[in-house]
Structure formats: structure tokens, C-alpha cells
Design a protein. Structure first.
Length: 350
């Protein structure tokens, strides 16, 4: 089969598989206990990942260079990276909720690349002299993988905000095995007693056992009841179920780990890009719009990791910061390429 025909088939197949995967993850989240559905959803995500990888390899063989020279190729590489990070995050968290937020994003990316881009932007073309370098693979691939990891981590942070309804749920580490209730001032209410199934009192928090990514046991203190302002200005409380709290803990933990994976990749990618820029243009840094937004992205996620590692932030505040980072990554990756004028611009709109 001709490689161009194979690519056309594979981009459409990838979109169709991801669309079906998204529906299965959503149905699985809405209706618990459907046999074989969780495993089938994961299998379809792996199939989509394989289809995109095959498309990129076919593109590589056809063009003779690593397929990251135009927007079509980079979008599919981004989708491949998101599906790869998804599979890693799902394995680490043992939660199918990861696919609820990652599958639609990967599907939308493939749809945009295959159906919205002009045909001339989908076709491979000879590389311009500045791109004829081994740095193309080293710099761009690392940057795209970092975008994938940061996007998935940010999506999980957004899912955390949805699960907790945007409430200020503080997740505070506790000694293993205490099994204690604490109130909002962290005063010990019940010590050494297991958590009951009864509804907690207003203002109480609960310590629940959870498992982190490496399987070790730990506990987390979670505010079960948080203040809520009604329309007439009165303050009321609305309890969150233990299931939501356990899920929130998982999302917060895995989001932190995935962003922790993406940030070093972003750092390496920026450094590699500076070295390549010096080799191609004679300057390590020229404040091109892409470079400026890459620095802004780095600062946002550096602040996120600093707040979590040094300040001990958990829960709502770092999740909001990560959600902001999701928008910043998209501006850095796509916005300045399409709307801006610079060395990295695709020049589609202007």
C-alpha cells in the first residue's frame, strides 16, 4: 500500500478509535459495574496509540526525516504523547477516570489535524535549511512529550476541581495507621478508631487510608464538610462523600506525579532549543514569541512544583495553578504558532 494512502487511513482510524474510546470511558464513569468495559476502554486507547505511532513511522519513511516539521505532524505526535502518558497515568492510578478527561482531548487533536487543517499543511515537504539538523528530533520531540505530560497532569487537576466541586479540600499527610478524625483546627476528635460509615458532623475532617502510586499505604486528612454560600448570603455546608474524597486524593496525587514528569522534559527541551538556536541563528535566546511563552510555561509549572514541594500545597490551590498551566501550554504550543509572527510561526491565520 502507498504510504500516503496508509497515512490517510490511519489518521481517520485514529480519530474513530479515540471517539469510541471517549464514549466508553464516559459510559464507564456514568454506569459502574459494566463487565469488560474498563479493560476494553484501555485496550482501545492502546490501539489508538499504536495507530498514531504507525502513522508517524509511515510519515518518517515517506519524507525521510523525523515527522515533526509541520503542524499536522506535531499534532499527531502530541496526540500520541497524550495517549502514551494516559496509559502510564492510568497504570499508576488504577483509575479509569483518567480516560474521561484525556480521551476527548486526544480525539479533538486528531480531528483538528485530519479534518480542519488545509491539505497543503498536511502534506510533507522538504525541510528548510534551519531544520536540517539532528536537533529537530532531540529538541522538538522532548518539547512535545513535555507538553503531553503537562497537559495530562493539568487535565487531572481540572478533574480534581470538578470532583471536589471547586471546594477548598485540604489534603494533609498524616502518620500511617492513625485512623483518626480531626476537626478543621486539626484538633484530635477520635484517636485510634476506624472510620465509620456514618455521616460526619459539620466542620469535621476525616483521615482515610489511601494508596499512593507505588502501592505504599498512607493516610490523608480531608475536609468532609466545607462552607457554601447560598443566594441570600447565608452560609451552609454540603458534605462530600468518602468516595469522592478518595477519588480526589487519587487525582491530586497522580496529577502531581505526571506534572513532575513533564517539567524536567520541558526544561531539557528548552535547553536543547537554546543550543539549536545558537547553532542555526547565532543566538541562544532571541525573545521570539515561542521562546517567551515557553519561559512563561516553565515559570507556571515551576511555581506549581515549588508550592507543592517547598510550601506543602495540596488540593485546590495547586489544582487551580495547574489548570492555568493547561491554558498556558496551549498558547505556547499552538497560539503563538498560528497567530504570532516569529521564527516558530506556521503562518496559517496571519
Amino acid at each position: 500500500m502507498d504510504l500516503v494512502v496508509l497515512q490517510n487511513w490511519l489518521d481517520n482510524i485514529s480519530f474513530a478509535v479515540l471517539f469510541l474510546t471517549m464514549l466508553m470511558y464516559w459510559v464507564g464513569a456514568a454506569f459502574k459495574g459494566i463487565p469488560y468495559l474498563p479493560g476494553l476502554s484501555t485496550a482501545l486507547m492502546a490501539i489508538a496509540n499504536l495507530c498514531i505511532a504507525t502513522l508517524l513511522i509511515a510519515r518518517w519513511l515517506e519524507a525521510g526525516y523525523f515527522p515533526l516539521s509541520n503542524l499536522y505532524e506535531s499534532l499527531f505526535f502530541l496526540a500520541w504523547g497524550i495517549t502514551t502518558v494516559h496509559l502510564i497515568a492510568e497504570y499508576m492510578s488504577r483509575s479509569r477516570l483518567v480516560g474521561v478527561v484525556t480521551a476527548p482531548v486526544a480525539m479533538a487533536i486528531t480531528a483538528f489535524a485530519a479534518m480542519s487543517l488545509p491539505s497543503e499543511m498536511q502534506n510533507s515537504a522538504p525541510l528548510v535549511p534551519a531544520l536540517k539538523s539532528n536537533w529537530l528530533m532531540m529538541h522538538v520531540s522532548v518539547m512535545m512529550l513535555s507538553y503531553s505530560a503537562l497537559m495530562v497532569g493539568s487535565l487531572l487537576a481540572i478533574a480534581f476541581l470538578v470532583v471536589t466541586r471547586g471546594q477548598n479540600i485540604e489534603l494533609r499527610g498524616s502518620s500511617v495507621g492513625t485512623g483518626a478524625y480531626r476537626d478543621s483546627s486539626t484538633r484530635l476528635k477520635r484517636s485510634g478508631q476506624p472510620i465509620s460509615n456514618s455521616e460526619p458532623s459539620v466542620g469535621e475532617s476525616v483521615v482515610i487510608p489511601v494508596a499512593n502510586g507505588n502501592g505504599a499505604a498512607k493516610t490523608a486528612v480531608l475536609d468532609l464538610v466545607t462552607p457554601k454560600t447560598s443566594e441570600n448570603g447565608a452560609t451552609s455546608t454540603e458534605p462530600l462523600t468518602p468516595q469522592r474524597l478518595s477519588l480526589a486524593e487519587t487525582l491530586d496525587n497522580i496529577s502531581y506525579r505526571v506534572i513532575g514528569l513533564g517539567f524536567p522534559l520541558l526544561t531539557i527541551g528548552i535547553i536543547a532549543g537554546a543550543v539549536w538556536a545558537n547553532e542555526a541563528w547565532g543566538s541562544y535566546w532571541s525573545w521570539d514569541p515561542k521562546e517567551t511563552w515557553a519561559l512563561i510555561t516553565w515559570l507556571v509549572f515551576a511555581a506549581y512544583l515549588h508550592a507543592r514541594i517547598t510550601k506543602g500545597w495540596q488540593g485546590r490551590k495547586p489544582a487551580i495553578l495547574a489548570a492555568t498551566g493547561f491554558m498556558v501550554v496551549w498558547v505556547c504550543y499552538l497560539g503563538v504558532n498560528l497567530l504570532g509572527k516569529g521564527l516558530h510561526s506556521y503562518g496559517w491565520f496571519f
